[in-house]
Design a protein around this ligand. Structure first.
Ligand code: IMP
Length: 497
């Protein structure tokens, strides 16, 4: 006979936190949001921790290099999506690792043999007016010249004219050398009245541009997540198919942590992948696994060597797994169960394996609830997809701005490795939808508000860090009528008049 669980599958909206004693120490400025990312032994520190408990989802429509850079600058971490060729994923990882505030990798490049028509097309496409002319037309080719709007007259000059005939050639350029500080680069820009300073290495290969207009935009990021080498940290998603080729390429590109990406991770395929990675690299390479929704799944993947475990099946905003396959579990119930398994494992083995609540976080208060219920960090897709930095297009629908957001199990992403069950048979149905989310502007502005709310709730609960919140939180179930009581009610709202 089948096993029937006694508990009901519940989600975050069904719970509330009851405030604890707020001591005078519980000031927002005293609250730490630091949290472990990978497993560690009692009394030791994790090899990697986060400064805020947020990671971005392993999705095409979320975690590209631009979002990864901004999230790491704000203390979290992105997992660059794995549903792309190995070389392009490795390239994205490299882009994050190469990031230096104020130093921009050139995204508009041509060779001397291109024409003015190519220049105009590129300017139209990227919106950037400075073009690096390199021997092979790549961002790191040998720098041979620059083209800016001052080098040509769009109306008068022939569009067939070759770049080499009108570019400002290398011998006339002022350049900086790799290793120059941002303040020295800005000094050169100032002294020579430049708009852009190309930074090259000893072999004359283009490395970055420093732009005059960026001068004021470099803020300090006290929360920035960087390694000892001061480079931003970045993760990457992998699958259980091509890991023998993908993992070495990502490590070579400088990735800091990996995560096996699957909608249902309780499988021998994940065990095999973890064994291979740990066999090859030992603890030098950290890798998360999942997703699971119960103790058995957690223990299986931890025993196989996982460094953290991702929890959640079917709760994602774009997810239709539960409707299609009838598998999953209410996200709150899954999290509470797995958090119990994590604590038991810690008591038994003295090893703390962090868990990540993945999917279904809608309101900011859901995030504090997830942390209070035992999540060490949170993975979000919809939340990040709304920001300028996500890789998708911003569009207008009616009179509102939206951004595109599609599931990895949708036809659009074609990430069948995430959903297949092994063997040669590829999946025949979708587990995700293609959708829009309301555009929300810059990540930092939104994060400041969300984190402000989380910190305020923690102070109400009398907790100045995440472990204290997990230890002391008082959580209650709410009835559907008391949910109504929680919003504005029985008043006439002014802005709806
Ligand atoms: P969200 O934050 O609620 O939007 O959920 C994001 C999470 O949904 C991801 O981290 C994945 O775990 C999951 N996910 C991504 N794409 C799909 C899909 O196509 N079907 C089901 N789940 C998905």
């Amino acid at each position: 006979m089948a096993i029937y669980l006694d508990d009901v599958s519940r989600t975050f909206g069904e719970y509330l936190l009851i405030p604890g004693l707020t001591t005078k120490q519980c000031l927002p400025s005293n609250v730490s949001l630091k949290t472990p990312l990978v497993k560690y032994k009692a009394g030791e520190k994790p090899a990697i921790g986060l400064n805020i408990p947020f990671v971005s989802a392993i999705m095409q429509s979320v975690s590209g290099p631009e979002l990864a850079i901004e999230l790491a600058r704000n203390g979290g971490l992105s997992f660059i999506f794995g549903s792309q060729p190995i070389a392009s994923q490795a390239e994205m990882v490299k882009k994050v690792k190469k990031f230096k505030a104020g130093f921009v990798i050139s995204d508009s490049n041509l060779t001397p043999e291109h024409t003015l028509a190519d220049v105009l097309e590129l300017v139209q496409e990227t919106g950037h007016s400075t073009i690096g002319v390199t021997d092979d037309g790549t961002p790191n080719g040998k720098l041979l010249g620059l083209v800016t709007g001052r080098d040509y007259r769009q109306e008068k000059d022939s569009h067939d004219m070759k770049v080499k005939d009108f570019m400002t050639s290398f011998s006339k350029l002022i350049v900086g050398y790799l290793g120059v500080t941002l303040s020295d680069a800005n000094q050169i820009i100032w002294e020579h009245k430049l708009n852009a300073l190309p930074i090259i290495d000893k072999e004359q290969r283009l490395q970055y541009f420093v732009f005059r207009k960026d001068y004021d935009s470099h803020r300090d990021n006290p929360r920035e997540l960087s390694g000892e080498d001061k480079k931003l940290m970045v993760g990457a998603g992998i699958n259980t198919r091509d890991y023998k080729e993908r993992v070495p390429a990502l490590i070579e590109a400088g990735v800091d942590v990996l995560c096996i990406d699957s909608s249902d991770g309780y499988s021998e395929w994940q065990q095999e992948t973890l064994h291979w990675i740990k066999g090859q690299y030992g603890n030098k390479v950290c890798v998360g696994a999942g997703n699971v929704v119960d103790k058995e799944g957690f223990n299986y993947l931890v025993d196989a060597g996982a460094d953290f475990i991702k929890v959640g099946i079917g709760g994602g905003s774009i997810c239709i797994t539960r409707e299609q396959k009838g598998i999953g579990r209410g996200q709150a119930t899954a999290l509470i169960d797995v958090a119990g398994a994590r604590d038991e494992y810690f008591k038994r083995h003295g090893v703390y394996v962090p868990i990540c609540s993945d999917g279904g976080l809608v309101h900011d208060y859901h995030m504090v609830l997830a942390l209070a219920m035992g999540a060490d960090f949170l993975m979000m897709g919809r939340y990040f997809a709304r920001f300028d930095e996500s890789p998708t297009k911003k569009l207008t629908i009616g009179n509102r701005f939206v951004k595109e957001y599609w599931g990895e199990g949708s036809n659009r992403a074609k990430n069948w490795q995430r959903y297949d069950m092994g063997g040669k048979e590829m999946l025949k149905f979708e587990e995700g939808v293609d959708s829009y989310v309301p555009y929300a502007g810059k990540m930092k502005d939104n994060l400041d508000i969300t984190l402000g709310k989380i910190v305020a709730t923690m102070c109400s609960c009398g907790a100045i860090d995440i472990p204290e919140l997990q230890e002391n939180a008082k959580i209650t179930l709410v009835s559907s009528t008391s949910i109504v009581e929680g919003g504005a009610h029985d008043v006439i709202l002014k802005d709806q008049n």
